[in-house]
Design a protein around this ligand. Sequence first.
Ligand code: T1G
Length: 701
Amino acid sequence: MTAEYKVLGEIAVITMTNPPVNGLGSSTRVGITDGLSKANDDPAVKAIVITGAGKAFSGGADIKEFGTSKALQEPNLLSVILALEASTKPIVAAIHSVVMGGGLELALGCHYRVVAPGTSVALPEVKLGLLPGAGGTQRLPRVLGVETALNMIVSGEPVKSELLASAPGQKLFDKLAASAESLFDEAVEFAKSVAGKPAAELPLVRNLPCKHPQGDAYFQFAKNMVTGMSKNYPAPLKCLEAVRAATTMKFDDGMVEERRLFTQLMLSPESSALRHLFMAERAASKIPDVPEDTPQRAIKTVGVIGAGTMGGGISMNFLNAGIPVKILEMKQEALDRGVGTIKKNYEAQVKKGKLKQDKYEQRMSLLSTTLNYDDLKDCDLIIEAVFEELGVKEAVFKELDRIAKPGAILASNTSTLDVDKIAAFTKRPQDVVGTHFFSPANVMKLLEVVRGKETAKDVLATVMAIGKKIKKTSVVSGVCDGFIGNRMIEQYSRQAGFLLDEGATPQQVDKAIEKFGFAMGPFRMGDLAGNDIGWAIRKRRSVERADMKYSRTADKLCELGRFGQKTGAGWYDYQAGKRDAIPSDLVNKMIEDHRKELGITPRKISDGEIVQRLVYALVNEGARILEDGIASKSGDIDMVYLTGYGFPIYRGGPMHYASQVGLYNVAEAMKRFAKNPRDDADFWQPASLIQKLVAEGRNFG
Ligand code: T1G
């Protein structure tokens, strides 16, 4: 059992011991009820304290158990909380560090709650596409008031304990301890002070009233606010319905209503997606062949080569984390421009109130610049963000090899070039790694960590740790053209081009995939990022892979100089200074003419086919990326496509989405696309991994 029981004089102590965050898994639930039975059966015990060992009181229900038989093992969390309320002896929750989800619901079942300052208090279930399903929607409003409770439940955001404890009329906490260190002793003293109280006098949250003075009007207002958040997934609105039930129903009826709504959400595809991503994000930081206790290299100062858009954005990530950065450029005006852009970005944040002036100044104090490679010789990590051309990278890495101190990590921000070739420019390939940031580098969460065949394991461990420190979602990729994300988007873009040749318009393709949930379709995205970027990559690839079949419309567009918003015209027309994408008669005519050149009679293409061809192209290429060992887990691929390419979060990523559709159905659709003479039959052969999983009746994951 992962809960310990001991008796201190007349006080029994139940301690949850389920690291890392005392998830309320079946063994913990059994341990708690076992301790309660012992305490209530022991005449020497007059009161009970329940607390959590380690870094949390409890992080809630054990997410790792969801969907397994363990989650159904008795006693379930509701039963544990009923057992707490039924105790004939007073129970005091001694709460510290983190009390979230089911952990807070468990504390609400206790008679009293003593909390340490600085404790994060939350009901974050909505972030998993759920709602608090163990009484949180019924009890929290009773102790904090309807509005505060609803805000916490619908946002899922943590609130510090001292803030809640100081709210007028709050009944969540009976005592705010002086410190985390004194919490336990103060909770024991509190338990002694209520020891021996008759059971009938023990306070139960369920018995508190729960009303809102203008209930109908308030909930209507709240519903209007929440409806927008619920556009793509139902949890926020159902949270509101559950809290409303607390104000209109008796407690036990409210609990039934909460359970009804919770069950609906637990079974929803959106919650399955969000729970998958919660685990996938944490799993991504684990590299199968790199033990978690691999020693890391100390990163005290970072060198960045290149003060352009990427170099500046990369630098900001480290400055934001309090790590000194030295930027190298070849010309002073480039340095001045780059530093000026960083300053402008920070000043904009200060103006919006997102960054305090003193923080801004502190960050800028960590920034230095140089025109001389030798000034980087003490840097622990050096990241180059220079022009994407192998010859330029060669010159940079030969210089780095000359000046960098032994053990310095040499990283390339290349987005498509071969990291092994780059490493070979040095005599220390084991210290070379790819750190592929996404533009804008100080905003986008994704960081592809590209491991060369000789990249040392401690280099990987260090870069993954520093990635977490600068708040990136780091995913390890092997070396191939495009790594994970760009290799997949190439197939996505090819399908977009074929769809135009066959009869669709850019606006139809964009609308269909945006309705599926992407923030931007491929053509609006091209106009935003610059169509010339893909053009340059296609030119390079047409040399290396002349056999690669793709639509020429994108090339024709670029030959007209229509690079997108930056040239005032792309797939769409734009009014001067505006970003609204206006369907272009010229482009649509160009596409029609191109079809005629190809002898294609345009056909009506359904939105469903558009979505399947775009999304399944990602899935098939993702499966091949797994087969090639470029990515180690399908969840990694989902994280890449979510955090770097705008895949809709409530669908869980391309690989999770394919599993929800059913790989059999996905493979059958691929076989249909393979018969399309305008398409690429070879590409649409379902990847052998997909065929294997279908044959075994399995999914990704
Ligand atoms: N269950 C199981 N494991 C959990 C967990 C949980 N609730 N929370 C975290 N972990 C694991 C996580 O997978 C990782 O494991 C390790 O702890 C460190 O996590 C009925 C239904 C608590 C604030 O949504 O917000 O209760 O990868 O890297 O940055 O109403 O984890 O090392 O093996 O995030 O210090 C509601 C989710 C559940 C809280 C700690 N609770 N967790 O942050 O560490 S549903 C949540 C967090 C529920 C009831 C409902 C954070 C944290 P590993 P970490 P951290």
